[in-house]
Design a binder for this molecule. Structure first.
Ligand code: AMP
Length: 368
């Protein structure tokens, strides 16, 4: 079998790693000549909407999948014309490319979300304030990531300025959720409708970027664990999603509130490579190839630490017993994810000492 992947970054690189032992070959489409996945997969260097590039990457592929949600609609249309299936189906992209449609879907599934209002011009500001109040956050409905395309609003008077700053239209204004911590759930859904949910995890962000994931989320009671799982599975089923998706969540005193959906393998699932019986990457490959899903359960307690901006000394990282290093081969740049490190232990207590050493190295590199 052969999979084509739109995007050749670290997610595609780890998908290709998961496909390799199954004897499934991978081709990626990515405009960057030195993308991470190009090291181990066939690489077509072209823009995502380049018809010739799309034809070349899809040639000989049984299925096309993607590692990012902002796949241009023109690309999906071109692939559909060629008759190559695109999985997850384009509906997963259409909903998750637009924060408003995402919120509508969640609300239709009775999943709590932050109060919100859509803003398409200055005239919408008073109604948005009346509906949501302040403080809040204005976000672009499309093309936001890692906290980009967002402006915090501390008081009602600040909203008009924040709206102007983000272009004045195509925006969503959300009430600020007072959460105790951030969680996420990664779920795979197979072509036969079977689902495999990894345990919910706890995520810590820094500068709007994921810094650390602890898996499973420590101290999550059974009712909340089940609520997270229900949300992940309900979203996958509502989208008729085939493949992996992630729902980012807030853990609040009133229960679990959903923030956003990623229709793909997710950074908060990287721990599954070492920490779960079957990784998110392998289950995505299995799902889009029509193969049975693997056991998503955790092997113990895991933590994943992102390396952002610059990389710590490799020897220092490897000197931490049990640290598993994944380097994406990318040039250092402020705010750029360059690598991640996973540690797995029998239980949470054993995890903390090792995690502390990895985090100290990662934090120093982030500041550098
Ligand atoms: P997002 O791009 O929607 O994932 O937002 C990035 C980060 O901003 C989240 O991980 C939260 O830390 C924070 N955030 C986003 N929306 C809200 C909200 N409605 N209330 C509180 N914090 C939020």
């Amino acid at each position: 079998m052969r999979i084509a992947i739109l995007g050749g970054g670290q997610l595609a690189w780890m998908l290709a790693q998961a496909a390799e032992p199954l004897g499934i070959s991978v081709a990626v489409l990515d405009p960057s000549p030195d993308c991470a996945a190009g090291r181990i997969a066939d690489h077509v260097v072209a823009a995502y909407d380049d018809p010739d590039g799309l034809d070349r990457v899809a040639a000989g592929a049984d299925v096309v999948t993607y590692e990012f949600e902002n796949v241009p609609a023109a690309a999906v249309t071109r692939l559909a014309e060629r008759g190559v299936p695109v999985l997850p189906f384009p509906a997963s992209l259409a909903v998750t490319q637009d924060r408003a449609r995402e919120k509508e879907l969640l609300a239709s599934l009775d999943v709590p979300v932050a109060p919100y209002a859509l803003i398409d011009g200055p005239d919408d500001v008073p109604a948005a304030l009346a509906a949501v109040g302040a403080p809040g956050i204005v976000k672009t409905r499309r093309l936001g990531y890692d906290g980009k395309g967002q402006v915090r609003v501390a008081a009602a008077d600040d909203l008009a300025g924040a709206v102007a700053e983000l272009g004045g239209a195509g925006l969503i204004y959300e009430g600020l959720v007072r959460f105790e911590r951030e969680l996420s759930i990664v779920v795979a859904r197979g072509a036969d409708g079977a689902v495999a949910a990894h345990p919910p995890v706890e995520n810590e962000h820094r500068d709007g970027i994921l810094a650390c994931t602890i898996a499973p989320a420590p101290g999550l009671d059974e009712a909340r664990r089940a609520a997270c799982e229900r949300i992940g599975i309900a979203v996958a089923e509502a989208l008729d999603h085939i493949g992996v998706l992630c729902v980012e969540l807030f853990d609040t005193p009133d229960g679990i509130v959903a923030n956003e959906i990623a229709p793909r393998v997710h950074n908060s699932g990287h721990w599954t490579i070492e920490g779960a019986v079957t990784s998110q990457f392998e289950n995505h490959v299995r799902a889009v190839c029509g193969l049975p899903l693997g056991d998503p359960s955790a092997r113990g307690a895991s933590a994943m630490v992102n390396i952002v901006g610059t990389e710590p000394d490799l020897a220092e990282l490897l000197a931490v017993s049990g640290a598993r290093v994944h380097r994406y081969g990318k040039a250092p740049r402020s705010g750029r994810k360059l690598a991640h490190v996973t540690v797995v232990a029998a239980n949470q207590g054993d995890l903390d000492a090792t995690l502390g050493r990895v985090r100290a190295l990662a934090d120093r590199a982030w500041e550098a």
